[in-house]
Design a binder for this molecule. Structure first.
Ligand code: GLV
Ligand code: MN
Ligand code: MN
Length: 424
């Protein structure tokens, strides 16, 4: 089997699977979006359907203790380290139909194509659906891939809780995905297809992004405390309004981001106001803060500056502020040989492509941290919009990304273990 084979994925089958997992029973919403938050009943239903499809394609499935699902397509040499592909099925609470699920179902489409054609690459190919990439529920993302990579202890991950006090362990049990499979040998390489989630490819009229790495991130949880009091009777000097303090800190985050120019990112995405009553002055606000930047040094500066300046704001307003660092991801370069395979696959298919870094976090970062050679493939999305129910791609874009994925993976799975081409 060579990389430039005539093997073609089935675009209609891929699109049909994508649309099926967007149905209401899997978390689809009337506005065309998704609410398949990690370890929810919808996530459980989506996982179950994915496993049904894996079984129908003849793939053996195993589930590890943090709920990552691995499906295996055997290679001609089963002793070789597998080439791993995958992404995630969980979505944001008001997410789109393609973030994550495209990479999982494109991997499935690739394996369906190989099985149907009876093609057996030298190395096994494994498909993984990672648990909770998004971080929308338990305060941090990349949970499944982080545990798999040894970046996050299993016990610490299981103990994370959501806003209702439900732990990851309990949520895994509830949907039947607290598995037992032991970690296998490290894969030979990992490839992940994902929508770009930004405007670069569409603006440049390109079809494929060859991802060379991902930017750094720093996440925090903050609690600002004032005093609940009557809205109508408490004069200005006596008010300790936690929401006014939080609002000033939201503005600080935005200013710190803008001071970094085009590369700066800073977001307060979640804010819980207590008691959230129109005529009580807010006594407590809990909120998330996250910064991103391509440079580790700049993230270190942002992470040091933010608690200091936010502290001044709280002090001046007579409020108490507690800030806890939650999640830190260093900038992660991907593997030159795997990047080259993606580039060659796009060129071989005549698809205009360019190299770029990822603004979003991805499970590929965790996998690279474990020392596995990694590359990612991006495809365009309309208006660069993601984490939004209106997130949109075309069947053709999905198919092109899937075909690039398959050609790159087959090229890797048919080369010698040292990465050199085998003797014919
Ligand atoms: C994942 O969606 C991220 O936060 O980048
Ligand atoms: Mn994603
Ligand atoms: Mn996402």
């Amino acid at each position: 089997m060579s990389a430039d084979s005539n093997l073609h994925i089935d675009p209609a089958r891929l699109w049909g699977s994508l649309m099926e997992l967007a149905r209401p029973e899997f978390g689809g919403t009337p506005d065309g979006g998704m609410r398949r938050v990690a370890l929810s009943a919808w996530d459980g239903a989506g996982r179950d359907r994915f496993r049904t499809w894996c079984a129908a394609a003849g793939l053996g499935v195993r589930i590890d203790p943090i709920g990552n699902i691995f499906a295996r397509y055997e290679g001609a040499d089963p002793a070789r380290a597998p080439v791993l592909v995958g992404s995630h099925l969980d979505t944001q609470p008001t997410g789109g139909r393609f973030d994550g699920v495209l990479g999982v179902l494109a991997g499935l489409e690739m394996l369906r194509t190989l099985a149907e054609a009876g093609v057996r690459p030298d190395a096994p190919i494994e498909l993984v659906c990672w648990t909770d990439e998004e971080g929308a529920r338990f305060g941090r993302g990349l949970i499944g891939s982080g545990v798999w990579a040894g970046e996050l202890a299993l016990a610490a991950a299981e103990a994370l809780t959501d806003r209702d006090g439900i732990s990851v362990a309990a949520a895994l049990e509830a949907i039947g995905y607290r598995g037992h499979s032991a970690p296998g040998p490290l894969p030979d390489a990992y490839f992940e297809l994902h929508i770009e989630q930004g405007p670069v490819l569409e603006d440049a009229g390109l079809r494929i992004g060859v991802v060379t790495g991902a930017q750094a991130q720093a996440w925090f949880e903050a609690v600002i405390t004032g005093r609940e009091a009557h809205a109508g009777t408490t004069p200005p000097a006596a008010r300790q309004d936690a929401l006014v303090g939080a609002g000033r800190i939201v503005d600080l985050v935005d200013r710190m981001m803008r001071a970094r120019g085009q590369d700066g990112r800073g977001t307060v995405g979640r804010l819980e106001v207590r008691p959230n009553s129109p005529n009580t002055i807010p006594g407590e606000v809990r909120f998330s803060v996250e910064f991103r930047h391509p440079s580790d040094d700049e993230i270190a500066r942002l992470a040091a500056q933010f608690p200091r300046e936010a502290g001044f704001i709280a002090r001046d307003a007579g409020l108490r502020l507690d800030i806890a660092p939650r999640h830190r991801i260093a900038a992660q370069p991907f593997d030159p040989a795997c990047i080259a395979l993606v580039e060659q696959a796009a060129a071989g298919l005549g698809l205009p492509a360019r190299r770029m870094i990822s603004g979003a976090g991805h499970d590929a970062i965790s996998v690279a941290r474990a020392g596995v050679p990694v590359a990612m493939i991006f495809t365009p999305c309309r208006g660069g919009l993601s984490h939004n129910p209106a997130e949109s791609i075309t069947p053709e874009e999905a198919a092109q990304g899937c075909q690039v994925l398959m050609n790159a993976v087959l090229a890797r799975a048919t080369t010698g273990p040292a990465g050199t081409a085998r003797e014919p």
